[in-house]
Design a protein around this ligand. Structure first.
Ligand SMILES: NC(=O)c1ccc[n+]([C@@H]2O[C@H](COP(=O)([O-])OP(=O)(O)OC[C@H]3O[C@@H](n4cnc5c(N)ncnc54)[C@H](OP(=O)(O)O)[C@@H]3O)[C@@H](O)[C@H]2O)c1
Length: 313
């Protein structure tokens, strides 16, 4: 039956980094891709068999079955409001790929004519993580408003099956639940990547596996636009709480480190607790008290001895 049906006509709005990337999957599954965007992608589209026009009207004339919003989170409201809905056919489906979900769902429900279908999606991968194929990568979706038993329902099913056939792990989830999970996972990941990028980390001759992971995370995070990251922060109601959680967690780790160091120095300076240079008495003390992570400070005299040695050289 699938083979007898004509391919879906899918119009992508926002043909940037992600729009171009997702177009490849839609084409691999045999569908017709049209595109419109703020910038001019005529040459790229000509080379990739995609009909491109910066004029929204020209794309509307083609009566696409599905409109797929791939614009930045920040620009989406203006972009969607500028579509001449009256030029579209009544069974049209609107889908989006925004990395936040409650915002586009509410926007669609607010501005789209009631006869248009709505399916909100978030492919949890991008040009970097999905460059070798989409198999096993999570695809979150929520059919928000689809007329049952209609052509719209059939087209929605065919649209979702594109990702299924690409091997994605299909996860049906409400937009609220998505935003809760994404703030605690994706937003934290992006934030840590952005923080690390401030440190200007460099590869060393003795990289551990963990450090390699951090370098990769930093590289991946900063390859996404800052608009995308800012959108995750502003348009996910759970993101601010996560920033505060991160700050508290960092403070608590710092407090643990400096608290223990402070305790030890006070013991040494005020109570004059002897700390053996070879650590044997301290080690015994810790074995007795079952302290798991040993730490040894050299005695002040021993440090002086070492410095006089260095001077003598
Ligand atoms: N990158 C990823 O890994 C990934 C993964 C899943 C979902 N997404 C989602 O995909 C969407 C696109 O992401 P992206 O990575 O391509 O980068 P982005 O910076 O979030 O969005 C770039 C796109 O937004 C358009 N745009 C930006 N400002 C605009 C404005 N003022 N008016 C009209 N259009 C404007 C750009 O159009 P022009 O190119 O024509 O200037 C381009 O198509 C986002 O909603 C993002 O959340 C991204």
């Amino acid at each position: 039956m699938e083979g007898e049906e004509p391919p879906l006509k899918i119009a992508i709005i926002g043909f940037g980094n992600f729009g171009k990337f997702i177009a490849k999957g839609l084409q691999r599954q045999g569908h017709v891709v049209l595109a419109t965007s703020r910038s001019d992608y005529t040459t790229y589209c000509r080379e990739h068999r995609i009909q491109f026009s910066r004029s929204m009207d020209a794309i509307c004339e083609e009566k696409p079955d599905v409109w797929l919003i791939c614009s930045s989170i920040l620009s989406t409201e203006n972009v969607v409001r500028s579509i001449p809905f009256h030029k579209l056919k009544p069974n049209t489906i609107f889908a989006d790929v925004l990395s936040v979900k409650q915002f586009p769902r509410n926007l669609f429900l607010d501005v789209l004519p009631p006869e248009f279908g709505i399916v909100c999606t978030h492919p949890m991968f991008g040009p970097e993580s999905g460059k070798d194929g989409w198999a096993g990568l999570p695809f979150v979706f929520e059919p928000v408003r689809i007329a049952h038993g209609s052509l719209q329902a059939r087209n929605c099913q065919r649209f979702l099956s594109i990702f299924e056939h690409e091997g994605c792990r299909m996860v049906q989830m409400s937009c609220e639940e998505h935003d809760r999970h994404a703030a605690g996972s994706q937003f934290i990941t992006h934030t840590i990547g952005r923080i690390l990028s401030q440190l200007k980390l460099e590869s060393t001759p003795i990289n551990t596996k963990g450090y390699e992971t951090l370098l990769k995370l930093t590289e991946n995070t900063v390859s996404d636009s800052f608009d995308l990251y800012y959108g995750l922060f502003v348009y996910n109601v759970n993101a601010k709480e996560q920033i505060e959680n991160l700050e508290r967690a960092f403070d608590s780790v710092k407090q643990k480190l400096f608290g223990r160091l402070h305790e030890l120095l006070i013991k040494q300076m005020v109570e004059r607790v002897p700390l053996a240079v070879d650590g044997s008495s301290e080690r015994r003390r810790m074995e007795d008290s079952k302290v798991s992570a040993p730490y040894f400070l050299p005695r002040a005299e021993a440090m002086m001895d070492l410095s006089s040695l260095r001077r003598a050289r």
